[in-house]
Design a protein around this ligand. Structure first.
Ligand SMILES: *[C@@H]1O[C@H](CO)[C@@H](O)[C@H](O)[C@H]1NC(C)=O
Ligand SMILES: *[C@@H]1O[C@H](CO)[C@@H](O)[C@H](O)[C@H]1NC(C)=O
Length: 526
């Protein structure tokens, strides 16, 4: 018995130290590629791998956690992940609309406008998933200075098929489940970038992260940041911090050329390397059918990419690319294989019609999952759902519909679309717009409400993304709900005040004025 106890003690003592000595690896990468419409897309990726680590088992939530010692892994994030026993987490904050038709597919898939958070967690009786999801939202809101606390039950859904885990899920007794919420009106700003930079081992002082200059990034046509945490069974826990931006060199340059340099894109060059980085690379896409020149001469060219290793190259690095010819705006774009348009029609404040057009540009049939996670503000009339291709009715299958509950739960609506080769599928659906209590309106009530993007997931691999890993976001919508006339109390106050001022002024005047009779010229006569 004593032997067993000693053994147990030994195991318990060894486990925290096993976590402490797990090695950490930090890699950074910047990818720059020109886009067909003359813009330039940049993607920063900072990956920290905690080798051999595992996510916290929610069964252990009641007791004390193992101690955490990290050198480059972000402790602030590590604490949140362990406190709420999160297995996988994805947070993205974006501003602007990603134009799939012109720009193709993004390097990092989470490009929906506004804030989006989804997490996979194990269920347990100790603390329920929903309770931990609430804590997680609030903790991340504090960490990134964003209004993620508003991603409340009114916006939380559990769409398992669309949000498949990117990594592996541990084989615990407790089943895993996903929680997802998005807030299209939340925009990314400098106050979110500062805490993001704090999670990096070299902050923004050296390495590729020194290019993250808020003045230039937030001036870009599109920009967004992401935080991704996942677990791979053979490797460990991985944290990937990403920043994507789309800049327009044609807008800033006086000549009609697509030329760019690190200095023109970010206002900075890389002055010194990040000493703790295991690898640090700048990748530049080389145009295939145009003449160009790139400086400095790339030490390594991998198929279509020029690779600069900042640990081996002379500093400072200010990669620049110049084109021989002026830029010619293409007449036709051949962007993403799948594009989607979604509009809300109708002028009434009580009813409307949602219209969705999905275009398949591939020369083969494409099955896609379509997901709407609509807040209760807009409710669907499923009986009016119609799908057609070129005017002919088309069948939809595998419909899942969880109706909204007013003031509490959003709609989850999912369907399987099978789009024939090179055709446009049109779907129309009547909707009902909610009538809100006056206290539920935001301060700028007349602006309307932003509705979250719908998400399409192709079920066959396209563009080298395996199934269930590609997500295409539609642009957000703005809905105009019946708004009370908030100007009426204002008018009443203004009129009453004018009246009081008028009466008071006259009465005060009468009471305080001294009336004196002055006889003019009476002295003369006497
Ligand atoms: C659609 O439903 C069929 C029949 O229930 C099922 O076999 C199939 O797996 C479903 N497809 C998806 C993508 O859910
Ligand atoms: C997909 O990958 C294959 C081989 O891995 C490659 O030959 C092909 O060019 C890739 N396609 C795209 C669109 O990247």
């Amino acid at each position: 018995m004593a032997k067993w106890r000693a053994l147990f003690c030994l195991a318990a003592c060894l486990y925290p130290s096993a976590l402490a000595i797990s090695t950490e690896q930090f890699d950074e990468e910047l990818t720059i590629r020109p886009l067909p419409d003359g813009k330039v897309a940049s993607t920063f990726r900072f990956t920290t791998l905690l080798q051999g680590a595992t996510p916290r088992d929610p069964q252990s939530l009641g007791g004390d956690d193992v101690s955490q010692h990290y050198t480059v892994f972000p402790l602030a994030l590590g604490q949140i992940l362990r406190e709420y026993a999160v297995t996988e987490l994805h947070l993205s904050l974006n501003a602007g609309k990603w134009r799939y038709d012109r720009w193709g597919l993004p390097k990092e898939l989470g490009v929906g406008t506004g804030a989006e958070l989804w997490a996979w967690m194990g269920d347990t009786e100790v603390t329920s998933i929903d309770k931990r999801w609430k804590g997680l939202r609030n903790a991340l809101a504090g960490l990134f200075c964003a209004s993620l606390g508003s991603l409340d039950d009114l916006r939380t859904t559990s769409p398992v098929q669309t949000f498949q885990p990117e990594g592996d899920l541990p084989d615990w007794d407790s089943p895993h489940d996903v929680r997802h919420a998005s807030l299209p009106s939340e925009h990314v700003c400098t106050e979110n970038l500062t805490p993001f930079l704090k999670l990096l081992p070299c902050k923004s002082r050296s390495g590729i992260a020194s290019l993250l200059n808020p003045h230039r990034l937030f001036d870009a046509d599109w920009h967004g940041m992401g935080v991704h945490v996942l677990w791979r069974e053979k490797e460990g826990v991985e944290v990937r911090l990403t920043f994507q931006s789309v800049s327009d060199p044609l807008r800033s340059g006086s000549r009609q050329k697509q030329d760019w340099s690190l200095h023109s894109l970010f206002g900075r060059s890389i002055e010194r390397e990040c000493p703790v980085a295991h690898s640090s690379r700048v990748l530049v896409a080389l145009p295939q059918d145009q003449s160009y020149s790139i400086t400095p001469e790339p030490p390594l060219v991998e198929t279509e990419w020029a690779v600069f290793d900042t640990t081996k190259i002379n500093m400072p690095l200010n990669t620049a690319m110049t084109w021989a010819q002026n830029f010619e705006f293409p007449t036709e774009f051949n962007g993403a294989p799948l594009t989607v348009k979604r509009t809300l029609r109708g002028t009434s404040q009580a009813y409307g019609q949602l219209s969705i057009t999905v275009q398949n540009r591939l020369s083969s049939e494409l099955p896609v999952l379509y997901l709407e996670t609509m807040p209760w503000l807009v409710q669907f009339y499923l009986s009016t759902l119609k799908a057609s291709i070129g005017g002919k009715p088309h069948a939809l299958s595998n419909l899942t519909y969880i109706p909204a509950i007013p003031h509490s739960r959003p709609t989850t609506f999912q369907m399987l679309l099978t789009i024939p080769a090179k055709s446009d599928l049109e779907i129309v659906l009547d909707v009902n717009k909610a009538f809100l209590l006056y206290a539920e309106h935001p301060p700028d009530a007349q602006r309307g409400w932003d509705l979250p993007p719908a998400i399409l997931t192709p079920l066959v691999p396209i563009a080298n993304h395996s199934t269930g890993q590609l997500r295409i976001y539609t642009p957000t919508l703005l809905v105009d709900l019946a708004t009370p006339d908030f100007s009426m109390p204002y008018n009443v106050i203004i009129f009453t005040c004018s009246l009081i001022a008028f009466l008071f002024g006259n009465v005060f005047n009468l009471l305080t004025r001294k009336f004196v009779i002055i006889r003019v010229g009476s002295d003369k006569t006497t």
